[in-house]
Ligand binder design. Sequence first.
Ligand SMILES: Cc1cc2nc3c(=O)[nH]c(=O)nc-3n(C[C@H](O)[C@H](O)[C@H](O)COP(=O)(O)OP(=O)(O)OC[C@H]3O[C@@H](n4cnc5c(N)ncnc54)[C@H](O)[C@@H]3O)c2cc1C
Length: 440
Amino acid sequence: MKNKKIHIIGAGLAGPLMATYLAKRGYLVEMYERRSDMRKVSQSAGRSINLALSVRGIQALREVGLYDKIKPITIPMKGRMIHDLDGKTHIQPYGQHDKEVIYSVSRAELNMGLMTLAEETKNVKIFFNHKVESVDLTKNILDFGKKQTHFGTVIGCDGSTSPLREAIIEKSNANFVKKPLGHSYKELVIPPSDSNDFLIEPNALHIWPRGDFMLIALPNMDKTFTCTLFLPTTGEISFETIYESSTIIDLFQNYFPDALELMSTLVEDFQSNPIGNLASVYCKPWHYKGKALLVGDAAHAVVPFFGQGMNASFQDCSVLNNFIEKHNGNWEKTFEEFSSSHVENGHAIADMAIENYIEMRDSVNDEFYRKRRKLELELERQFPDCFIPRYSMVSFHQIPYADVYCRGQIQLDLMNKYLIENLTKQQLHSNITEKLVPLK
Ligand SMILES: Cc1cc2nc3c(=O)[nH]c(=O)nc-3n(C[C@H](O)[C@H](O)[C@H](O)COP(=O)(O)OP(=O)(O)OC[C@H]3O[C@@H](n4cnc5c(N)ncnc54)[C@H](O)[C@@H]3O)c2cc1C
């Protein structure tokens, strides 16, 4: 088994992590990346400047020994800081205690750290400026246009537009759905203060929820905040109608006046930064025999509202690593079991991420939502083994996403019955112990 070569497409977030797991098992990895080496050539970080890292991602980074190096460049975020229209702010903590926080981290720093870690194993070679145009799963060829290479086993970490996924769909007649969200995003910035400090609370994820759209902001190590404006792609208030300086200023004056005061380069940033599209990808299976497998966004691109795309992708690598151990070089069994046991988790986080958009942009400011949130935290304190709020199950636990989805539905149903219908507190409690199997 030693020295067997594996090909990986994509040196984004999942690719170098997967390569490191494989290299540590003695595999030789050739990784092909369409972009140039971001450690040498400065370039835009890609799809977001910073990301929220939580337990699933942290666990994988720990397993490969990178977490201690990354931790000093992360900023803990304790909760959502809600910005009301009148400028008032209030924090909604993510969890019950200090340890239940998520971390803002620079995508570029993390990506560069992962690439260097992979190369340091000496078993990984990254070929930059190598765009895979197509994959032939009959002849086992990666086609780069001007040249080709043969592979035995290939793993696609090539993101949401994966060319390997196209080949797998064609070959295995896979079920595939790409669901556009209908909303897009644009990144903006809040600069540091004149005394080079954060202009707003750094240990929070800021949200300006405005019903059909929202603005969020995550802190960076250089005391800036990366803001992301999510708007409908088309329609009255949308990226289709808002692009002239007057419409940009109007939008911010009407809906985000306190943010406008902080964003000195708003119009310039708005007009020069690209609009990003958002979609969820559902694909089943994720593999073709023992030849090809999809990991990360290639398998399950999700919209960013649960802050889980990268975390789920890192968890994929960790789960796959366990199956590689179990099946010891039998790729067909490894890929088959990984795909059949994990696909539903990918679908579940895709669904939960869409649902969380509605929660973030709309419900967080709703009185009923706050009442239910208070109740779920109270129930977690009373039944810590079986009642855990869905956000916490996703962000602070490793419970498979599909199980989180089911448990979350049961919990929501019980809370609604208690708050809206006539379920008594005693009935609520006995239902919890009957319907929710203890987790620990
Ligand atoms: C606005 C936004 C905010 C987000 N925030 C969060 C967050 O807070 N927390 C979180 O967990 N996730 C977040 N995500 C999701 C996260 O970015 C992705 O889930 C994560 O990047 C997936 O990693 P990946 O390696 O699968 O794909 P990518 O990181 O996209 O990497 C794919 C790589 O493959 C390369 N590639 C693509 N096609 C080819 C080809 N044909 N040939 C060669 N190379 C190719 C690309 O250049 C890229 O380097 C966010 C996403 C967006 C859009």
